[in-house]
Design a protein around this ligand. Structure first.
Ligand SMILES: C[S@@+](CC[C@H](N)C(=O)[O-])C[C@H]1O[C@@H](n2cnc3c(N)ncnc32)[C@H](O)[C@@H]1O
Length: 236
């Protein structure tokens, strides 16, 4: 399959375990595109508009299920499924290698990749991906750089911390629990920001027509959470 690798890090892969059990049993292309935390219901692929013939990037694509859905059902020119985790990159190649070359798995830090590809993409999206886990000040500037003028950025991110604590009123990350590949406990950075903070960041990064919708969970549950669905366009 078409795949590129530019990620260089000696740090342990804190996404080694994520989605591993599912990949053993669920190898199909999903039948729908979901933005919300529960990955069921809510707005779907229409949020991206018509992607026929467009060049698209998924930031923090994980196993590339969303990217595979787009490629299999919506005829983009190409979807680059970008992920910094060696484990996630390998899983994506294993699951959806048959969708190359339209689906291209890219093993890279999202910010670095976007900075290296000016005006490459018509659409950039992220589903609880690198927008949540990379410094948004740098990532959003890079996303504006990598979008063609007028291009769309769409992303889902948490509306509050899991457990209910409110989102941050400033550009401030939290250190959340994580596990190394050998099971040791550690932390990783996550940015959970209020709508006004995202709006200001997007505005300062060169985006316009910014909208943010808060999507509450369909029902209660220990891991139910509000989703913020962010949409913005690169200034022309
Ligand atoms: C919660 S998972 C979401 C994966 C996928 N979007 C999904 O919905 O299943 C977050 C993903 O973001 C990736 N990620 C985190 N920081 C990243 C960065 N700076 N560059 C690229 N990928 C990153 C992780 O490796 C992980 O696969």
């Amino acid at each position: 399959m078409t795949t590129t690798s530019t990620a260089q890090s000696g740090a342990p892969d804190l996404w080694h375990h994520y989605g591993r059990a599912r990949a053993d049993t669920d190898r199909g292309v999903p039948g729908a595109f979901h933005w919300v935390w529960a990955q069921a219901g809510g707005p779907g692929v229409e949020v991206l508009g018509d992607v026929t013939g467009l060049v698209v990037a998924d930031l923090g694509a994980g196993a590339a299920r969303h990217a595979a859905y787009l490629v299999a059902r919506h005829a983009p020119a190409r979807v680059d499924a970008i992920d910094a985790s060696p484990a996630q990159h390998t899983m994506a190649r294993d699951l959806y290698g048959h969708l190359a070359p339209c689906l291209r798995t890219v093993h890279a830090d999202a910010t670095a990749h976007l900075n290296a590809h000016p005006a490459e993409y018509d659409v950039i999206y992220s589903v609880f991906g690198s927008l949540d886990f990379a410094d948004p000040r740098r990532l959003l500037l890079a996303a504006a750089h990598a979008l063609r003028p007028g291009g769309l950025l769409a992303a889902s991110t948490l509306g509050h911390y899991l457990g209910g604590a409110p989102a941050e009123p400033d550009v401030q990350h939290a250190d959340i629990p994580a596990r190394t590949p050998d099971g040791a406990t550690t932390t990783m950075r996550r940015w959970v920001l209020q709508e006004t903070v995202w709006t200001k960041l997007l505005d300062e990064s060169g985006f316009t027509k910014i909208s943010i919708d808060r999507l509450p969970p369909a029902g209660p549950g220990a891991r139910a959470a509000d989703t913020l669905l962010v949409r913005a366009y690169r200034q022309s």
